[in-house]
Design a protein around this ligand. Structure first.
Ligand code: ADE
Ligand code: ZN
Length: 336
């Protein structure tokens, strides 16, 4: 291991963009399939992994949603989140904000409460047993209707204390942020933090980022890399102090080469960029591997690698005193 590789792997990390369903590794998928009597269309985990060949967002999402058929009981959701949180611990992730897609489950007949109780129990156990802190962000699927999103928001209210914010994910094509303006206004009124995906190089990417700012009033943006094409958008994002949760390996899968210097360019533009893993089980890389991929493409100094984690802790949805403790831990790490 080179010094810098070791520096990255031991760095105290904050992961703000990871879909819990995207952490479902093939081995766990097979174990859950056996437990639940679900038949999978592959002979084993290796064959399943070999089938993961995506060329854009829809081709990824098709495989991703199909893979969720094995998630049925509260224990399944607990096991899924517990497996991720253990991986996070191994990579020295100190704090994670984790997306979940309730509609990917309620649309298959799994109850909202089944999903939430399983995830919540894993979050509590991780805090107690692993010293890893996590919070949950509920994502609406933008290719479903705004009415279904609103109904899901209402369904979440009894669990309000277990969910820190709401997001928007899935297929962006023809599903702009303003389709969900009323849902996000109501979520804001209920006290949720707000974020939305603006995936790399989508149709109308710049307009979608603009809507996030002007129509929705988001607290941060997931991906948002295309703001590099607009000085005006960058000015506004900087003025508001908003963070961008960029997922370099995922961007490579969804779009190809253009992701490679995004993190470097966003850092140079003085934006609060962070690095996360998105769907690590499908894209072959957790947060450490994402940082290593950035490092391999566009070398970063140790101070810049710490800057990425500082940005993440600063924009995290945590009380200031808790953030300060993590920031002090980071400072201590750099000083050593
Ligand atoms: N759901 C899981 N990963 C996603 C991504 N990268 N973009 C949109 N929706 C997603
Ligand atoms: Zn994502």
């Amino acid at each position: 291991m080179t010094d810098l590789t070791e520096f990255i792997s031991r760095l105290p990390k904050c992961e703000l963009h990871v879909h819990i369903e995207g952490t479902l590794e093939p081995e766990l998928k097979f174990a859950l399939a056996a437990r639940n009597n679900v038949t999978l269309p592959y002979v084993d985990a290796a064959a399943m992994r070999a089938s993961y060949a995506f060329h854009d967002l829809p081709s990824f999402l098709a495989v991703y949603y199909e893979g969720m058929s094995v998630l049925l009981t509260e224990t399944d959701f607990y096991d899924l989140a517990w497996a991720y949180l253990n991986r996070a611990k191994e990579q020295n992730v100190r704090y994670a904000e984790i997306f979940f897609d309730p509609q990917a489950h309620t649309s298959r007949g799994v109850e909202f409460g089944t999903v939430l109780r399983g995830l919540r129990r894993a979050v509590l156990d991780a805090r107690r047993l692993l010293d890893v802190r996590a919070q949950l962000i509920m994502c609406f699927m933008r290719d479903f209707s705004a009415e279904y999103a609103m109904a899901t928001l209402m369904e979440s209210l009894p669990y309000r204390e277990w969910i820190i914010g709401v997001g928007l994910d899935s297929d962006e094509r023809a599903n702009p942020p303003d389709k969900f303006a009323a849902v996000f206004a109501r979520a804001r009124a209920e006290g949720y933090q707000l974020t939305m995906h603006c995936d790399l190089d989508q149709e109308n990417s710049l307009d979608h980022i603009r809507q996030c700012l002007d129509v929705i009033g988001v607290d941060r943006i997931d991906h948002g890399v295309n703001c590099l094409e607009s000085e005006e958008l960058q000015d506004e994002i900087r003025r508001r102090g908003l963070g961008l949760t960029v997922c370099p390996i995922s961007n490579g899968y969804v779009r190809g080469a253009s992701w490679q210097d995004a993190v470097r360019n966003l850092l140079d533009a003085g934006l609060r960029v962070t690095v996360s893993s998105d769907d690590p089980a499908y894209m072959n890389g957790y947060v450490t591997e994402n940082l290593l991929a950035v490092q391999a493409a566009t070398p970063l100094t140790p101070a810049e690698l710490v800057r990425l984690q500082r940005n993440a802790f600063e924009i995290a949805w945590l009380p200031d005193a808790v953030k300060d403790a993590y920031l002090a831990e980071l400072d201590g790490y750099l000083a050593r």
